[in-house]
Every structure is written in C-alpha cells, then in structure tokens.
Design a protein around this ligand. Structure first.
Ligand SMILES: [Zn+2]
Length: 361
C-alpha cells in the first residue's frame, strides 16, 4: 500500500516537474547575411587580406577595430552577439578548423540558387541564374502562408530586389519588401512614410540593392506593428562590399548584421508574443573564395565558396555552443524550421531532412 502511494506520488510529481518537451517555438526569425564567409565568422578578421593595401588602405585603423591575436577575442570583436548570447544559449555550425562542416548542396555557389535551396529545402539544379524569374519551387514561407494559422503572418524584408521572384510573391502571397520597395501606407505604423522616403536618399552604390540599415529598420518597424510569426530578413552589403574589394566595409557590415540580430533578439525577448517562443536562424547563402583575390568572389571558379555556416538559438534548441563535428547542408534548414514549428512541410519537389540536433526531443 505504502509502495503504491509512493509510486503514485512519484509519478504525479514526476509528471508535474517534467520539462515540456513539446513544441515551444511559435515564431521564426530567419536572417541571412549574403556571402559572409565562415572564415570571418569563426576566425574574425583575416590579416592576409588586411595586409594587402589593395583591400585595406588604413591598416592601423582596421587592426585597432578588428584585430586581436587571440581568435576568440578577435571573432567577438566582429560579431559580439553571436559569440556571447548565441554561443552560450544556442548552436553554431560550420567551423571547419574544428571539424564542423556546412556546405551548399546546389552546384552553382551564388545567390538565387543558394536562397532557393535555403527556403525550399531543395537544391534545384535548374535554378542556375540570378535572373531566373519567378521560383517554381514552393518555399517554407509559402507553405506556412498557405495555412490558416500563418496566413498573412509571414513577411520578408530584403536588400536585394530578386526576392519578389525567389519567394514568388505573386503565387505565395507572402509579403515581400525587396530592394527599393515602398511599404504600403501605414503598414509600419507612424514611421512608414519617413522610412519609405529615407531609403531613396541613401547612396545607390550597389545598383538597385538597398543598404542594409534601411532594410533592417523597415523590417523591424514592420515587425513591431504586425508581429509576423515568420520573419525573413536578408542583408546584402557583406557580398557587395566583398565584390568591390572593400574589406573594412565588408567587416563593418558583418558587424552591423550581428547588431541587427541582437536588436531583434532583445526586442523579441521583451515582447510577450515572442518571448521564449521564437527561434532565430542566422546563416549565409554561399561562401567566398580563399585566394589573395578570391575572397572577393564566389561561384564554381572560386574553390571553397560552397562552404557556409549557420547559427540557431531558441527555446527548442539545446545549448551546445560551437559544434565540433558533422556535415550539414543549407538545404536542411527549411525542414529544420518546419520541425521546430511542428509543421509538416510538403511540396511538389524533394525536401532535405531537417537537422535533428537543433530540436530537443
Ligand atoms: Zn555575390
């Protein structure tokens, strides 16, 4: 009798104390920093590039801002949020010097194929151009937006104007604000008109690509006003400054990207709709070359530019910090997002398996 009571008490208290292993992720914030190399993410600024006058005119200033002989200190100078909060509470994949490998699966190693892979979970060989036009593949954003639960609660703010096609805005109905696109009146609250106007008064240095500070601010204000359940943000300066051989600007933009993520994370953690029920995924669409000149570019002519990285932080993701084993692919992130939301992502194309380690059982 005593034993029975004890068993009942134990199982009752056990039940009550059991941490919830069910779904807690209700929202996704998915951030991509275009063409930001894993080399800088994990090792910080690279002296072989800093020492080259072609790429860095004021070496002393650059060293002061981004150099420390200790690699952990150095990478924290570049991406302080990633290497504090995300490292402590999340998972960071892709440090090849520690046997963690992430690659794109598509055979092209440039943007549209990379974003299609990330969003549709399918490294489609037919998507072979940045001017491909409307994406035939259904993305995780579109699939979510088709459901009653997420309809009208999926949004994308991107610096590059190709995303109206990549997300197939017309077919998917996902709200996409890409390139120098105006927001509809009032959609970002009282700041809407000001932000719409401001974007046209910034330098158009990348030919149709909006500067990231504008994309971020517009997206963030939209988020505050509309509380989307799935928010996709893409910053582009890292890629464009690298193509231009402007290494300090490339580093600065990586740092701004890290600051954007911090601001979004802090706001989410202070906002009831998002607090402790939002998972952040941060990644890139491709890597870059590694030779003296090669870091500027990417594509199959530039070895190693298929090498990528990603980071993840949220209520379902066990805190493992820097991952030190395994091979993963960008195409796995779409299904990983679906798994975190307990959403059954199906489309009329193959979808790569999600990554189990990002979600506790
Ligand atoms: Zn590029």
């Amino acid at each position: 009798m005593k034993k029975t009571i004890l068993i009942i008490i134990c199982s009752l208290s056990g039940f009550a104390l059991q941490p919830t292993h069910g779904q807690t992720t209700k929202n996704i914030v998915f951030v991509v920093m275009d063409g930001l190399r894993w080399q800088e993410v994990f090792n910080g600024a690279d002296t072989t590039i800093i020492n080259n006058k072609t790429f860095v005119s004021n070496k002393e200033k650059c060293m002061k801002k981004y150099w420390n002989s200790d690699v952990a200190a150095r990478r924290s100078m570049l991406m302080p949020f990633l290497w504090s909060t995300v490292k402590e509470k999340g998972q960071i994949y892709g440090n090849r010097t520690k046997n963690s490998f992430v690659n794109v699966k598509n055979p092209f190693w440039f943007s549209y194929p990379g974003y299609n892979e990330l969003l549709s979970g399918y490294a489609d060989k037919n998507i072979n151009s940045n001017e491909f036009g409307p994406n035939p593949n259904e993305t995780i954003l579109e699939a979510l937006n088709k459901t009653d639960e997420y309809k009208g609660k999926v949004a994308a703010f991107t610096s590059w104007d190709a995303f109206n096609d990549i997300i197939n805005e017309k077919r998917s109905g996902v709200y996409v604000n890409a390139g120098f696109e105006k927001m509809p009146d009032g959609v970002a609250g009282t700041s809407t008109a000001l932000l719409n106007k401001m974007q046209y008064h910034l330098p158009d240095i990348f030919d149709g690509v909006r500067l990231d500070g504008a994309t971020f601010t517009m997206g963030f204000e939209y988020m505050k006003q509309n509380k989307p359940r799935c928010m996709f943000l893409v910053f582009d300066e890292t890629d464009d400054f690298a193509h231009g051989g402007r290494y300090v600007d490339y580093l600065n933009s990586a740092k701004y990207g890290d600051e954007f993520v911090k601001e979004l994370w802090d706001w989410c953690q202070a906002t009831p709709e998002y607090k402790d029920k939002t998972t952040f995924i941060i990644t890139c669409d491709h890597g870059r070359g590694v030779t003296t000149d090669g870091w500027k570019s990417h594509g199959t002519k530039h070895e190693h530019s298929d090498e990528t990285w990603f980071a993840i932080i949220g209520p379902n993701t066990p805190a493992k910090g820097e991952i030190t084993s395994g091979q993963f692919y960008n195409e796995q992130l779409a299904k990983s997002i679906a798994n975190l939301l307990n959403f059954d992502f199906k489309a009329n194309h193959p979808i790569a398996e999600g990554i189990e380690a990002v979600k506790a059982k």
